[in-house]
Design a protein around this ligand. Structure first.
Ligand SMILES: Nc1ncnc2c1ncn2[C@@H]1O[C@H](COP(=O)(O)OP(=O)(O)OP(=O)(O)O)[C@@H](O)[C@H]1O
Ligand SMILES: [Mg+2]
Length: 499
């Protein structure tokens, strides 16, 4: 035991803070070269992936890491009000370029701001900025001129051509009043219409092109983005709820009452399958989805899936948006026992365009793999952020513990366990002990101490009751069969089971 280590660049490892942690997310996955290789292929080629193996060996970690290697989403999905049939909103896909162009269009429909002194005096008077009596300027909010104390504001549509301006203005959907004045100005050899609007202390000028854009925008049906362009390409589907997975239309107690209700399009909510559009949909324990697996199958076949109200009692049930895009990479995980419970057409769908991986549960005890363990310990400490680095001696004990577990749990000699979630737990418990003691490093003694505490509860039971079976029969009247005894350790090198 007690070996010393070097990094790849030959720098000596003094404690876990010297261990190089890869920056690339998939390289942080320890001991699963096949899964990592195929995850990379799946990311680059947009294939599906089924990860099979016991808990805590990195299935979620790989799924998440994979999402760092795919292209960023390029599309935003919106539902659009359908005035002909409000209960059948339409959808619209917008690219990043289109969204930018739209923003510019909105901006250009805002007109230009100008000082009231820069606009024709008669217009400034009608907007209430200029006093017709003394010609001085003041805020339109002051009805009495602060300079000569006479009444400032005039009624709408005044002046020699007021009536004409009103007609022209109405053609562009604007009314002449105190807040807004329609006038004309000469551009080259023709005259064009300009609308002047109050904008605080400034005046907004809307020329013909701006007015045209405004009118176009007002004509556009209102829409709501349900899948944003800026989104996380990794979507975890818990499968707990159908609506979360497939989307929903919220209930509205007022139905679609024109005044009280909310329009159907506003109540549409995307499901995980839609949020994962262009990204990764990760379904942990896929068999827990049960019958919902069929919907995943359909979504994968069609690459679109309708969003509809899923509660038949709800007003949302009559609303439906057809063919909403959901083109995702499926990464599914399950343990070996559940493999037969995956819907077979779904499994063949995954295989037809992707890979299945049986995850490793241990790796041979070689110097290179011991170094991988150090990397793992360093990662756990870095991610945790609350515990100090671990000494080389401490890390050696963790490695020995990993070796013991491989032997007992996986029946592998000269191997290191890859059930790393639990090993991570050991690192954290050791770290907490060091931290509470005020130690700036996790020493071997802290790890040994942790090994006494860090026993699965079954092991504690075994120690106080002899074995789990007798504990179950003496303590409980449960009719269920106890789960198969899973843990059998190990912290005592004298224990014959250890070596
Ligand atoms: N192969 C690995 N390399 C590095 N760290 C790992 C690995 N496997 C597990 N871990 C550590 O354990 C944690 C839990 O692993 P993860 O959630 O990926 O397990 P899982 O296989 O998805 O388990 P479950 O089936 O219970 O969901 C990870 O966040 C990581 O800290
Ligand atoms: Mg997981």
């Amino acid at each position: 035991m007690g070996s010393s280590f070097l990094n790849a660049d030959k720098s000596e490892i003094v404690d876990s803070s010297n261990v190089n942690i890869p920056t690339s997310p998939l390289e942080r996955v320890v001991g699963q070269p096949e899964a990592v290789r195929l995850a990379m292929v799946a990311a680059k080629q947009r294939r599906n992936l089924l990860l099979v193996g016991p808990p805590g060996i990195g299935k979620s970690m790989i799924a998440q890491a994979l999402s760092f290697y795919i292209q960023r989403p390029k599309e935003e999905i919106r539902v659009v009000h359908n005035p002909q049939q409000p209960e059948r909103p339409l959808f619209e896909v917008k690219t990043a370029e289109e969204i930018i162009a739209e923003g510019e269009e909105n901006f250009s429909a805002e007109g230009f701001l100008s000082d009231p002194k820069q606009i024709p005096p008669s217009v400034a008077e009608r907007l209430g900025y200029r006093c017709p009596k003394c010609g001085q300027y003041s805020s339109y909010t002051e009805a009495i001129c602060p300079h000569c104390s006479s009444q400032k504001a005039q009624g709408p549509g005044q002046g020699p051509f007021g009536d004409v301006f009103n007609v022209i203005g109405a053609a562009f959907g604007v009314q002449n009043n105190q807040e807004r004045v329609t006038s004309t100005r000469r551009v080259g050899d023709r005259s064009e219409i300009v609308v002047y609007e109050r904008a605080g202390e400034m005046v907004r000028l809307l020329d013909e092109r701006t007015l045209e854009r405004r009118r176009k925008m007002e004509k556009k049906n209102p829409s709501k983005a349900i899948v944003l362009l800026e989104r996380n390409p990794f979507v975890l589907a818990t499968g707990a709820s159908e609506t979360e997975l497939l989307g929903d239309v919220r209930h509205d107690p007022y139905g679609s009452h024109p005044q009280l209700g909310t329009l159907p399009y506003e109540r549409v909510i995307a499901g995980s399958i839609h949020e994962a559009h262009e990204g990764v949909l990760f379904i942990d324990e896929i068999t827990h989805l049960g019958q919902l697996q069929r919907f995943i199958l359909t979504a994968m076949q069609e690459k679109t899936f309708p969003i509809t109200g899923r509660n038949p009692q709800s007003a949302g049930a009559s609303v439906r948006v057809d063919r909403v895009p959901c083109d995702f990479i499926l990464v599914a995980a399950c343990n070996i026992q559940d493999l037969q419970s995956i819907l077979s057409p779904l499994r063949s769908r995954i295989l037809g365009n992707g890979y299945e991986v049986l995850m490793e549960t241990s790796m041979p005890d070689t110097p290179a793999n011991r170094y991988k363990y150090l990397q793992f310990i360093a990662q756990e400490i870095a991610v945790d952020g609350k515990i100090p680095p671990m000494s080389v001696e401490g890390m050696n004990i963790v490695i020995e513990e990993g070796k013991g577990r491989a032997k007992i749990v996986d029946k592998k000699d000269n191997a290191l366990t890859l059930r790393l979630r639990e090993m991570g737990g050991l690192v954290r418990v050791s770290g907490d002990i060091a931290f509470i003691e005020g130690s700036r490093i996790i020493e071997a003694s802290h790890v040994r101490e942790a090994l006494k505490i860090y026993l699965p509860v079954e092991e504690k039971i075994k120690r106080s009751y002899g074995n789990l079976q007798s504990a179950v029969s003496s303590e409980s009247t449960l009719s269920q069969k106890p789960e198969e005894y899973y843990y059998t350790f190990t912290n005592n090198p004298e224990d014959p089971a250890y070596r």
